[in-house]
Design a protein around this ligand. Structure first.
Ligand code: TXA
Ligand code: MG
Length: 327
């Protein structure tokens, strides 16, 4: 912790554990420190960053015009996997927000990072600690493998408990509250507290003003085919996704199931599962690490089953769809 604090105070880059995924953190108030994040990740500067604060009491320091409903969510869901987009105050550099007049803010739940944030007199800007577009890191080794040379220190907080990035909602339009990214808090839970439905903004990679919600993201290098749990894909369809393999019998295909009651498909050479017993929380916690492991095993194809669209399932299926998209 001491080394993390020291490095951050010297405008360095530190990988921090959060309950969602590991973050690549720097002093959010210092544009030079923030610039290093974009360089290390090779992240386009039109994609704004989330700032991390220790608790709700600091919200007003970095955001303005905070509606009562935002305060209510902070009160009930922070620290935790909820990010709120609000009008920004001038102390937040333009580089953090990509020139937008709003800032994304959250208070993470991991005890080490919570302590670290309390000990600093500035907030931390932190995207997920992966090269832009690749699977998000949920373990310190994931960060070391890919950004080990870029970061000054990795604060080891063990595997991430939630495993999915925070849910992002926006208060930038006073007439509605928008869901920008499904994530670690299910939408239903947030709507219940708000007493109103969230509206959903549609994003596209052709519209960079809908930042970060790119159609392709979170992707392994191995081709990935996402199917419904009750879907039986045709051999021809599977082969279409594999490069340079002519026959299904010689292809190395990994299959990830959610529903374990069905027979294992015979076209798969190895079988994996999202969870032991149909638990969506376990599936979420396993999602990125399992895809990363299979990616390293160099299969010809990964075929992954979607999970039910309830609770965390929505966010899991969202990540799977983006991971499978090829631009
Ligand atoms: O769980 C998380 O949120 C993790 C941990 C490290 O906190 N962070 C994370 O950051 O997922 P990142 O950079 O991978 O994703 C942040 C998303 C981006 O898609 C970005 O476009 C969006 O937040 N975002 C940031 N500021 C925004 C703003 N002012 N308006 C709209 N979207 C914004
Ligand atoms: Mg990310």
């Amino acid at each position: 912790m001491g080394r993390a604090k020291q490095a951050l105070e010297a405008n360095g880059l530190v990988a921090i554990p959060t309950e969602t995924v590991y973050g690549l953190a720097a002093n959010a108030l210092n544009p030079k420190a923030v610039a290093r994040i974009f360089e290390a990740k090779q992240r386009p500067s039109f994609d704004p960053l989330i700032i991390h604060i220790p608790d709700q009491s600091k919200l007003d320091k970095y955001a303005s015009q905070i509606p009562d409903k935002a305060q209510k969510l902070a009160e009930q869901l922070w620290p935790g996997p909820l990010t709120m987009v609000l009008p920004k105050r001038d102390v937040i550099p333009d580089l953090v927000t990509s020139g937008l007049d709003t800032v994304a803010i959250r208070s993470p739940r991991h005890p080490l990072t919570h302590q670290l944030l309390q000990s600093l007199d500035f907030p931390l800007a932190a995207p997920s600690a992966n090269p832009f577009g690749y699977l998000s890191p949920t373990q310190p080794a994931h960060v070391a493998d890919q950004l080990g040379l870029e970061v000054d220190y990795i604060l080891d907080g063990g595997p991430a408990k939630v495993g999915l990035e925070s849910t992002i909602i926006s208060f930038s339009d006073p007439s509605k509250i928008e869901l920008l990214r499904a994530g670690g808090y299910p939408r239903e839970e947030i709507e219940e507290i708000l007493g109103q439905a969230l509206s959903v903004r549609t994003h596209s990679s052709s519209n960079p003003r809908a930042p970060g919600m790119l159609v392709q993201h979170y992707s392994p290098h191995t081709p990935l085919l996402v199917i419904d749990a009750d879907e039986k894909p045709e051999e021809a369809d599977i082969l279409k996704h594999i490069q340079q393999v002519g026959e299904i019998s010689t292809a190395r295909i990994a299959h990830i199931a959610f529903d374990l009651s069905k027979p294992q498909p015979n076209w798969a050479s190895s079988h994996y599962k999202w969870s032991e017993n149909g638990d969506l929380r376990q599936a979420a916690a396993r999602l990125f690490a399992l895809l990363r492991t299979l990616d390293q095993m160099k299969y010809d194809l990964i075929v992954a089953e979607r999970v039910p669209e309830t609770g965390l399932g929505t966010a899991i299926n969202d990540r799977l769809a983006r991971a499978a998209a090829r631009s």
